[in-house]
Design a protein around this ligand. Structure first.
Ligand code: PLP
Length: 396
């Protein structure tokens, strides 16, 4: 990952199809578009690739999350259980619909700890939102069982895990709905874009309308559409969808490269005493966009990350990073927003000013994550594996 590393004539051809007609809007203009419907084609391609009934594209992964929450009927007063380790967009989308993010600890899967989820359930809980971070999945059997027992929705934020599977099913297609991001640094890119997938027709139709001003798309033309509810413009453009279409066709190749490169790095590190790896509930379904491992002590992990950086290796030490881990989300903790929270939400957000997450800290402070690039040559991979081992060894 990311998909832009293998951008080429295939993407240019799809974009050119759109430029030839000049119709960059995904809906309407039936005559002038001369049969070119890239967004519809990409939705169909995703349904086929992931074996899911419905796909609704959106302008971003964040927009897809907001649409999914709206479609699940989530709003003011509802609580959504989500992990302390994710991308900021996960809580942004909860706040965007006026709901309350309830952050709970992760475990050594780097995703929701099912025990922490169960302990956080209240009468106001409506959704459990696992985030399949860094290409690999949460313990979906355990989370599904919790959702069933407490009658909650399961919404998978699979924005970082396109192409991953759990027990043979596509990540994102297991819960009531799942979301993907196709932003510039994701496995499959549209430059900017996202999608909601679901097997539930009602959820799909709500996403379809919500991402396009509430249009029901049943009229003979846009002017004849009804508006059963209020929506927004969270549409993807034909140009973006065209890029995604070429990218989705490359998915199998991307996964193959990632898995083979990751195995080389992992085998090299496994020989070092003290190195342990992220627990992956279904190894066969890992999309292998990243290799995540642990060192015994936080100070060693921090040192190893510094060594990797100095050796020119890409590395995330999430404990110190302010995009993916709660410790440095100052704006979130302080509740800094441009328009005031509704009173109940304001009160619910107060707890984050002081709340500590020692169990998450103990996991993330010892974790190192390195992305797997698609364009490295075989020699480069060997050379990088050697540098990786040296960087880690000298931190222990
Ligand atoms: C990238 C990402 C998003 C949001 O996607 P955008 O397309 O950038 O809006 C949401 N959740 C996670 C976990 C992500 O990594």
């Amino acid at each position: 990952m990311p998909g832009y590393e293998l951008f080429g004539p295939e993407e240019r051809k799809e974009v050119n199809d759109v430029l030839e007609t000049g119709i960059m809007m995904r809906y309407g203009f039936d005559g002038p578009r001369k049969g070119v419907w890239k967004a519809k084609e990409l939705e169909k391609a995703i349904c086929e690739k992931l074996n899911v009934s419905y796909t609704q594209l959106a302008s971003s992964g964040t927009a897809a999350l907001v649409a999914a929450m709206a479609a699940l009927g989530v709003g003011a007063g509802d609580e959504i259980i989500m992990p302390t380790f994710t991308f900021v967009a996960s809580f942004e989308s909860v706040l965007a619909v006026g709901a309350t993010p309830v952050l709970v600890d992760i475990d050594d899967t780097l995703t929701l700890d099912p025990k922490a989820v169960e302990a956080a359930i209240t009468p106001r809980t409506k959704v459990v939102m696992p985030v399949h971070m860094c290409g690999s999945m949460a313990d979906l059997d355990a989370l599904q069982a919790i959702c069933k027992k407490h009658n909650l929705f399961l919404l998978e934020d699979a924005c970082q895990a396109f192409g991953g599977t759990y027990k043979g099913k596509a990540l994102g297609a297991i819960g009531d709905a799942g979301t993907f991001s196709f932003d510039f640094v994701k496995t499959i890119t549209c430059a900017e874009g996202g999608a909601v997938i679901t097997n539930n027709k009602d959820i799909y139709l709500k996403c379809d309308g919500f991402t396009d001003h509430g249009h029901d798309h049943l009229g003979v033309d846009r002017g004849a559409d009804e508006h059963p509810f209020i929506g927004y413009n969270y549409r993807i453009s034909e140009l973006h969808a065209a890029v995604g279409l070429a990218q989705v066709r490359k998915l199998d190749r991307f996964l193959e490269i990632q898995r083979s490169t990751k195995k080389i790095f992992k085998d090299a590190l496994a020989a070092i005493p003290g190195v342990t790896f992220r627990r992956i509930p279904d190894e066969a379904g890992d999309s292998a966009t990243y290799l995540s491992f642990f060192l015994p002590e936080a100070a060693q992990a921090k040192q190893a990350a510094a060594n990797m950086k100095a050796a020119g290796l890409p590395v995330f030490y999430y404990y110190d990073n302010n995009w993916h881990y709660i410790r440095q989300w100052k704006h979130f903790k302080e509740g800094s927003v441009l328009t005031p929270f509704a009173p109940g939400l304001k009160q619910a957000m107060e707890i984050y000013k002081t709340k500590e997450f020692p169990a998450s800290d103990a996991v993330i402070s010892r974790n190192i994550c390195t992305p797997i690039n698609l364009a490295w040559s075989a020699e480069e991979i060997q050379e990088r594996a050697k540098k990786l081992v040296d960087a880690v060894k000298s931190a222990l």
